[in-house]
Ligand binder design. Structure first.
Ligand SMILES: Cc1ncc(COP(=O)(O)O)c(C=O)c1O
Length: 318
């Protein structure tokens, strides 16, 4: 690897690694893209970088502004990193009280953000919803701040098209790294940005590629390809568009907390892949697909974040 002028240049171009132990007995191959190799340890560096630079270009984000976001931790960390590097004040609303380990809070404050914890009362009633919908209570606060203060820029990760654009690059890297030989792709859905961006590129390459999303089991809100998903000022965005885009997503399946955590721990021990719990869920689904698809087939998935932020609390949260 060549020397670079700034750590920002280290975003993306992550390695793709074959899984050799958890796949034992399967004829199909499973490959994992190590997104935790990004500077802050998650795929969200790609997204924060693109959202901030697009907003600056479009004139929505100017010197002296405050960046706000509601986050379970990774986007918050990436925005803290990119935002403070560029001289902005960054305020993150932590949205999964009790589920976000202290590590994530420390990462965000370490990168220079202010982290505000939402009271359990504001969080009430939001349990058991899919993916990044757990961020709803924080998004309400961000919307109010954006409306009341013109110097506040809310990144709106759940609806920001720059997030999908950033993930198209992930898709292009996968095509390059596999020489275009990909038969299936799996990703957990939070905002839906990873799945949608990568799916657009892979399906553009070959409509035969199978694209499958994963969400935490027990999700009360149904998320299925072709089924309209609620869309409001604080909800729906990318997911609503993704599920209604014809021939993009083949299936969305549920994964239990236990299954995700068990697979993540196997990845640590058996593969030396030190990824988070959603990565465990991704591999659990990739293995189901590999079993169905058989010999000569290749399933690719992403390791969304680093295991370091899951040491004290282990839950499948996206
Ligand atoms: C750990 C983790 N896994 C998976 C995801 C899902 O990614 P996306 O928001 O692109 O759907 C996220 C973010 O929401 C995440 O932080």
């Amino acid at each position: 690897m060549s020397a670079v002028d700034s750590v920002i240049e280290l975003i993306g171009n992550t390695p793709l690694v074959r899984l050799n132990s958890v796949t034992e007995g399967l004829d199909a191959e499973v490959w994992a893209k190590l997104e935790y190799m990004n500077p802050t340890g998650s795929i969200k560096d790609r997204v924060a970088h693109r959202m901030i630079e697009d907003a600056e270009r479009q004139g929505h984000l100017k010197p002296g502004y405050t960046i706000v976001e509601s986050s379970t931790g990774n986007t918050g960390t990436s925005l803290s990193f990119m935002g403070t590097l560029k001289g902005y004040r960054v305020v993150i609303y932590e949205t999964t009280p009790g589920k976000m380990g202290e590590e994530k809070k420390s990462l965000m404050t370490g990168y220079g953000a202010e982290v505000k914890t939402i009271s359990p009362k504001e969080y009430e009633g939001l349990g058991g919803v899919p993916g990044a919908e757990v961020e709803l209570s924080g998004r309400r606060i961000c919307l109010a701040l954006e409306k009341s203060d013109p110097t506040v820029w809310w990144a709106r990760q759940f609806a920001n098209p720059s997030g999908v654009e950033a993930q198209k690059e992930t898709g292009r890297e996968i095509l390059e790294q596999t020489g275009g030989r990909v038969d299936a792709f799996v990703s957990s859905i939070g905002t839906g940005g990873t799945l949608m961006g990568v799916a657009q590129v892979l399906k553009g390459h070959s409509e035969k590629v199978k694209v499958v999303g994963a969400i935490p089991a027990g999700s009360k809100k149904e998320m299925k390809p072709g089924k309209p998903y609620p869309k409001t000022e604080i909800q729906g965005g990318i997911i609503a568009e993704m599920v209604m885009t014809p021939d993009l997503i083949d299936d969305i399946v549920q994964v239990t907390d236990g299954e995700a955590v068990e697979m993540a721990l196997r990845l640590w021990r058996e593969e030396g892949v030190f990824a988070g719990m959603s990565s465990g869920a991704n591999v659990a689904v990739a293995l189901r697909l590999a079993e169905e698809m058989g010999r000569g087939q290749r399933v690719v998935t992403v390791m969304h974040d680093n295991g370091d932020r899951h040491l004290t609390t282990k839950h499948y949260v996206t």
